[in-house]
Each structure stands twice: as structure tokens, then as C-alpha cells.
Design a protein around this ligand. Structure first.
Ligand SMILES: Cc1cc2nc3c(=O)[nH]c(=O)nc-3n(C[C@H](O)[C@H](O)[C@H](O)COP(=O)(O)OP(=O)(O)OC[C@H]3O[C@@H](n4cnc5c(N)ncnc54)[C@H](O)[C@@H]3O)c2cc1C
Ligand code: SF4
Ligand code: SF4
Ligand code: SF4
Length: 457
């Protein structure tokens, strides 16, 4: 503003740069690909069934693959929850809706045998229970392969039958006095729960979110059925977040005793003459407390399923805890890096039932939006390869952060998977032979621009 002559010079340079760039510009080639209408859902638990129903109700054909012989996943094991009193019935109702839906094809006892293609045109083969390979075409894929209650090797679990998991207690309490009477907890008067068992340590550093609420909910139900029971919850932090905090207060009002311990001073469980002896250092009083227990219940949290093989087949990443990793938790939650691929439920991490439902519906809506485009156009900024210059060195394949470069061993040339290319240009910069060129940023045009800026027209 204060140097009009300099500003005019700069403006002239910019115009000159744009003009030479236009001279060297090549026509932009836009490729379009047809998008398949259908979706493939892997996993038939709450997340997979909810996603499949949402998509099918929007008019999309869905293929659902479940490796077990029934739908429902963890809903069959949860016992009861605060918001879903009878998860088993819910699982059966959903399974019936899914199985009878005109647009959903369910493969039980089946797994994914092969997978290829790009967003809008995925090709997969399903290995069915009968040993057949069924080909599937899908425009979008939803991964909903779930998780499970973690197992531990501490506190005598697996060695002493009086040491059990929260899942065992939930199932024992799910049918009221009747199921409790037939369970290992039938005669337990003194019960000690240990929170964060095998969790939030160097082996499994994350918090499973659900197990504090699960413990408090089980304690309240047990107190209602057996008011004379003495219940102690040994915890590091009570994470009954949101409205679940009210349950924590309710448990305290009912006489459940909470004792805080700290790492590395974990509670110790030993067999004793009158049951089990649990020794814990109360971190608030800084005193050792000795508890006599008829049963010890461990809150072990949720662990990921063995996802590595499936992740490799699908070409999607796992996080450091072994769950599937979304592209970005804030900017692109529920999306994988690969376009047209989404995730939800315990496959993504520990979630309550209502969170799993919300995620599954969210993933399905994203997939539906993706499938709504009948054709997809490739990006203007993508890259191309000059076959004559490519020396087949493979540097571009290792450089691409999006897995969009592959080696074509038949023609001995590196190729670009247009659907995956984000146009970042890293491979174009990496290529030692200038065989990779980024359309709209060709070397010739960029160098001419630099010349125009430095030397004038
Ligand atoms: C021990 C425990 C206690 C819980 N307690 C509560 C609670 O008190 N309150 C609450 O709100 N929520 C609770 N939850 C969470 C709730 O159960 C989940 O949010 C929900 O059930 C998760 O559903 P999902 O479909 O994501 O996973 P899952 O139920 O695990 O379903 C995944 C499905 O995918 C299938 N599968 C896995 N791999 C493959 C493969 N490669 N190919 C094909 N199929 C595959 C599995 O067989 C399974 O059927 C608890 C969970 C657990 C584990
Ligand atoms: S929810 Fe509670 S018991 Fe579970 S890992 Fe987190 S803090 Fe520990
Ligand atoms: S880096 Fe360049 S020369 Fe090497 S394989 Fe890739 S495109 Fe070919
Ligand atoms: S431009 Fe970026 S995303 Fe596209 S192929 Fe090259 S490195 Fe991969």
C-alpha cells in the first residue's frame, strides 16, 4: 500500500507467472468410474446389524458377513445393562429384522477370503460355511468386527474358581434371583470387585470406558437382590461419566464401599481358610486393608479381536492398542483413509451400546452419502506416470502415505491408484527420474513460472 511502484512490479510478475503457466498447461483429464450401489458389512454384532439395516432401509443392497453361526456378537454375553435391560432379546429382534430384510444377504459362519478394488468398486470373495467362495461387488465397506471381554493372568484368575469377571456377574444377575441362585455367586456374602484389572498399565494402556459403570450397575443389582451382601469396589479412578455418575452415588447410598488404590501397589488376592484374602493399600488413608471375600470379580475391560489379518487384507491400519484406526478422530471420524471404507462399534474401541448404535448409524449414513453419487470423478490434482521414464525403482510406492502407488510387475512400471491418490505430490517430488508428474503442477510449467518470476518474461 505504501510502495505502489513495488506492488505494481509484483503484480506484473504474478501475471507473467500465470501466463507462462497457461502456455505450458496440459488439458486436465478427468476419469469417471461407476459406483456400485451395494455395501459390504463385515461383522454381525450390534454395530454391523444396525449399519446393515440403516443402509438397507435407505434402499441399498447389503451383504453382511458374520464368522459365527449366529448374529448378535457381544449382546449375547453382556447379561444386562443400564439402558438395555435384556440385550439378548434385542439381539434376537435385530437378527430377525436383518435376516428377513429383502435387501440384506447374510452369510453366517463365513469370512472374507479376498478383497481388492477401490472406493465405489470393491471386489471381495466370501468363504461360506459350506466351503464355497461367493463373489461380492460393493461400493462401500463397513468394518464392524467388534471386540471381547479382556482376559487376564493375575489376581488368581484362571487358577481359583472364586475369581471371576464382571461379565460372569452380569449374566448371573440378568435373570434376577433365579439366575443368581444357579450361579457361582449364589452363596457369596462378601464380594470384592477389582477395577482396571489388566488395564491402564504398560500392557494395555487405554481405559475401557464401560467397566466402571458395569461394576457399579452390578453392585446395585446385587444389593437389591441380596441387601445383606457386603460389596467392596477397589478402584484407581471411578469413571462413571455423564449421567452414570448418578449410579455411582446410588451405589454409595446403598452401602457399597469404594476403596482407592494406586499403581504400582495393586491389590493382592490369596487363598485363605475362610475364602479369599484381598489385601489393598487404601491410597486415601495410606493404610493396608485386609478383606475377606467369598468371590472376587475383576473388571478387565474390552480387548480388540485379532484384527491384524483382516486389516492387512483390507489395507487399513490398526492403532497401537490393536483396534481399527479411523482417519482422524475429529475431522473424519468413522472413515478409514481409503475412500468408501468406514468403521464402527467395538472394532473402533470400547463403547457403550448406545454409542455403538450412534456410530453404526453414522457410518451407514456416510456410506450412503458416498454411494449416492452414481459416478465418481478423479481429482484434478492427481498424479500420472510417464512409462518411458519410469525405472521401476519403487521409491514412489514407499513414499506415498495413502497407499496409492503400486508396482505393475507385468509392464514393469509404477502405477497410481486414482481413487486413493490425495494429490499431495510427495511421489512426484520423490521420483528420481521425473517419471511421476502431478497434473496441473508439471515440472515444465513450474520451472517456467520460476523463470518468469526470476528473469521476467
Ligand atoms: C464384557 C462386555 C461388557 C459390556 N457391558 C456393557 C454395558 O454394561 N453397557 C453397555 O452399554 N455396553 C456394554 N458393552 C458394550 C456393548 O456390548 C457393545 O457396545 C456392543 O455390543 C458392540 O457391538 P459390536 O457389533 O461393535 O461388536 P460385537 O458384538 O463384538 O460384534 C462383532 C461381530 O463381528 C464378528 N466378527 C469378528 N471378526 C470377524 C471377521 N473377521 N469376519 C466376520 N465377522 C467377524 C463377531 O463374531 C461378532 O459377531 C459391553 C461389552 C463387553 C465386551
Ligand atoms: S472404565 Fe474404570 S475400570 Fe475400566 S479401565 Fe477405565 S477406569 Fe479402569
Ligand atoms: S519413483 Fe519414479 S522411477 Fe521410481 S518407480 Fe516410481 S515412478 Fe518409476
Ligand atoms: S500424489 Fe500423494 S497421494 Fe497421490 S500417489 Fe503421490 S504420494 Fe500418493
Amino acid at each position: 500500500r505504501h510502495s505502489p511502484a513495488l506492488a505494481t512490479e509484483k503484480a506484473k510478475d504474478l501475471v507473467a507467472m500465470a501466463a507462462v503457466r497457461a502456455v505450458h498447461a496440459n488439458p486436465v483429464r478427468i476419469q469417471t468410474t461407476d459406483v456400485d450401489d451395494g455395501a459390504l458389512v463385515i461383522g454381525g454384532g450390534l454395530a454391523g446389524m444396525t449399519a446393515a439395516l440403516t443402509l438397507a432401509n435407505l434402499g441399498h443392497p447389503v451383504t453382511l458377513v458374520e464368522r459365527e453361526n449366529r448374529l448378535g456378537g457381544q449382546l449375547h454375553n453382556v447379561g444386562f445393562t443400564v439402558e438395555t435391560p435384556d440385550p439378548q432379546t434385542r439381539a434376537e429382534q435385530l437378527a430377525a429384522q436383518v435376516s428377513h430384510h429383502d435387501r440384506i444377504t447374510v452369510h453366517l459362519g463365513a469370512t472374507l477370503a479376498s478383497f481388492s478394488g477401490v472406493g465405489g468398486r470393491f471386489r471381495a470373495a466370501i468363504q461360506t460355511a459350506a466351503g464355497e467362495r461367493v463373489p461380492v461387488s460393493a461400493g462401500a465397506v463397513i468394518v464392524a468386527t467388534g471386540g471381547h471381554e479382556a482376559q487376564v493372568r493375575e489376581y488368581l484368575y484362571g487358577e481359583d474358581t472364586r475369581v471371576l469377571l464382571q461379565g460372569d456377574l452380569s449374566r448371573a444377575l440378568s435373570g434376577g434371583e433365579e439366575t443368581l441362585a444357579q450361579s457361582p455367586f449364589a452363596s457369596a456374602r462378601n464380594l470384592v470387585m477389582i477395577q482396571c484389572a489388566g488395564s491402564r498399565d504398560e500392557n494395555r494402556p487405554y481405559c475401557s470406558r464401560i467397566c466402571c459403570t458395569q461394576a457399579v450397575k452390578n453392585a446395585i443389582r446385587l444389593k437389591e437382590l441380596k441387601p445383606e451382601a457386603n460389596i467392596f469396589i477397589l478402584y484407581r479412578d471411578i469413571r462413571t461419566f455423564g449421567m452414570h455418575e448418578l449410579l455411582y452415588r446410588q451405589a454409595r447410598d446403598k452401602g457399597v464401599v469404594f476403596i482407592r488404590y494406586e499403581l504400582p501397589d495393586k491389590p493382592k488376592v490369596e487363598p485363605a481358610a475362610d475364602g479369599l484374602a484381598v489385601r489393598v493399600t487404601d491410597a486415601t488413608l495410606n493404610e493396608t486393608v485386609l478383606l475377606q471375600a467369598d468371590a472376587v470379580v475383576l473388571s478387565t475391560g474390552i480387548a480388540p479381536n485379532a484384527n491384524a489379518e483382516l486389516a492387512q487384507l483390507l489395507g487399513v491400519p490398526l492403532d497401537s492398542d490393536g483396534f481399527f484406526q479411523e482417519q482422524h478422530p475429529k475431522m473424519r471420524p468413522l472413515n478409514f483413509m481409503k475412500p468408501g471404507m468406514y468403521l464402527c462399534g467395538l472394532a473402533h474401541g470400547p463403547h457403550f451400546i448406545r454409542e455403538t448404535i450412534a456410530q453404526a448409524q453414522g457410518a451407514a449414513m456416510r456410506a450412503a452419502a458416498y454411494l449416492a453419487e452414481k459416478q465418481r470423478a478423479s481429482k484434478l490434482t492427481r498424479v500420472g506416470v510417464n512409462k518411458r521414464l519410469c525405472s521401476f525403482c519403487g521409491l514412489c510406492v514407499s513414499a506415498c502415505p495413502y497407499g496409492a502407488r503400486v508396482m505393475d510387475y507385468e509392464e514393469r512400471v509404477a502405477r497410481v491408484l486414482d481413487e486413493l491418490c490425495q494429490g499431495c505430490g510427495i511421489c512426484a517430488v520423490t521420483c528420481p527420474n521425473k517419471a511421476t508428474q502431478q497434473y496441473t503442477f508439471e515440472h515444465k510449467a513450474v520451472l517456467a513460472e520460476v523463470d518468469a518470476a526470476a528473469l521476467g518474461l
